[in-house]
Design a protein around this ligand. Structure first.
Ligand code: NAD
Ligand code: UFG
Length: 340
């Protein structure tokens, strides 16, 4: 099968491409490189032993999409491309609606024109907003609390309408919880530019001595140690979930991809200290606006219907995140490669 992967040079996309290629799928990555490096392609080749077809293009560029569909003739699309910074989405909402929503509409129109009837979409646990209880099931109330989350919800609704109108026959919405970790080779991983917004890249940089101390956003939540609890999931488990979603795609479905276990910020700090052998200094700070106390998945629907279950634990996540961080302190910077 041939899979067009939008956003495939990004963090989750690149790991999913490894899993796809290793499972003998033929892959074409389409990415505008707005938040990723072309150097990823070289790393993918090193890991898999195969070159990866790449198109530098924006999902809002219909002509580029049409050219790519007619050249590659994919059987399915995995759609990762999107902007994802919650705080930024509050300051520049139109950029988020344009990139994520308009981009997806353009992509869907190009898929329909090319007769491609299967899509797996990167949604997010953020669509649940502040859940009434945990663990969160797929039928829980939906109510994102920021523009980024609303782009995900709007796209889910557009996809559902496209399915109902039989424009795209098979659509799987994957609601990721908190992806962390890296490929065990240490060759690909997550390298946010500037000061990281998310917890684990921040902790990794403190453990590496590149940032002084971690701000812990609140220790007065109603959780076991007062700090926020999240369902961290290894990015390789997440990648495996996409393969199961492709194999089983039939009609419209929605799945939580999480482990079902929540860890607090202080527990993540301790796990990183153990993995790195380095101390992680932190300071308790005020709560971050918009944060919730606790969020973890009920992943049982994915287990039952996709035959997928997360198998990697917190020690695997922190070990692999640390291996990537130590081997690539500047991310993909500083490496020359054949595509430049
Ligand atoms: P990422 O930023 O590393 O990857 C996204 C990729 O999409 C980047 O390579 C970027 O260059 C590309 N892109 C963005 N806009 C584009 C456009 N208009 N045209 C073409 N390419 C474009 O992010 P990620 O963490 O790998 O996330 C992948 C997807 O998963 C996103 O849709 C994100 O919203 C979703 N998601 C991520 C998380 C998370 O915590 N990382 C959680 C839930 C959902
Ligand atoms: N945290 C800190 N200090 C930091 C960063 C985070 O204490 O410097 C805390 C947060 O308060 C929260 C936890 O660590 O309790 C996790 O925060 P992240 O920013 O890593 O992740 P979020 O759960 O806020 O959100 C992430 C993505 C969203 C995605 C969501 C899915 O940023 O895009 O996971 O569950 F939708």
């Amino acid at each position: 099968m041939k899979i067009l992967v939008t956003g495939g040079t990004g963090y989750i996309g690149s790991h999913t491409c490894v899993a796809l290629i290793e499972d003998n799928y033929e892959v074409l990555i389409l990415d505008n490189l707005s938040n990723s490096s072309q150097r990823v392609l070289n790393r993918l080749k090193t890991i898999t032993g195969k070159p990866v077809d790449f198109e530098k293009a924006d999902i809002r560029d219909r002509a580029a999409l049409d050219r790519t569909f007619s050249r590659f003739k994919p059987d399915a699309v995995i759609h990762f491309a999107g902007l994802k910074a919650v705080g930024e989405s509050v300051s520049v909402p139109l950029r988020y609606y344009d990139n994520n929503v308009t981009g997806t509409i353009t992509l869907l129109a190009a898929m329909a024109a090319a007769g491609v009837g299967t899509m797996v979409f990167s949604s997010s646990a953020t669509v649940y907003g502040d859940p009434p209880s945990n663990p969160i099931r797929e039928d829980f109330p939906i109510g994102p609390t920021n523009p980024y989350g609303r782009t995900k919800l709007i796209i889910e609704q557009i996809l559902s309408d496209c399915h109902a109108a039989d424009i795209i026959s098979h659509i799987t919405l994957l609601r990721y919880f908190n992806p962390v970790g890296a490929h065990p080779s240490g060759l690909i991983g997550e390298h946010p530019s500037g000061i990281p917004n998310n917890l684990t890249p921040y902790i990794a940089r403190v453990a590496a001595g590149r940032l002084e101390e971690l701000p812990v956003f609140g220790d007065d939540y109603d959780t076991r140690d007062g700090t926020g609890v999240r369902d961290y999931i290894h990015v390789m488990d997440l990648a495996a979930g996409h393969l199961k979603a492709l194999e089983t795609a039939r009609g419209l479905s929605v799945y939580n991809l999480g482990t079902g276990t929540g860890y607090s910020v202080l527990e993540m700090i301790r796990a990183f200290e153990k993995a790195s052998g380095n101390p992680v200094s932190y300071r308790i700070c005020p709560r971050r606006p918009g944060d919730i106390a606790e969020c973890y998945a009920d992943p049982s629907r994915a287990e039952k219907e996709l035959g997928w279950k997360a198998v990697l634990g917190i020690d695997d996540m922190t070990r692999d995140a640390w291996r990537w961080q130590s081997a690539n302190p500047e991310g993909y910077q500083g490496e020359k490669h054949q595509y430049e």
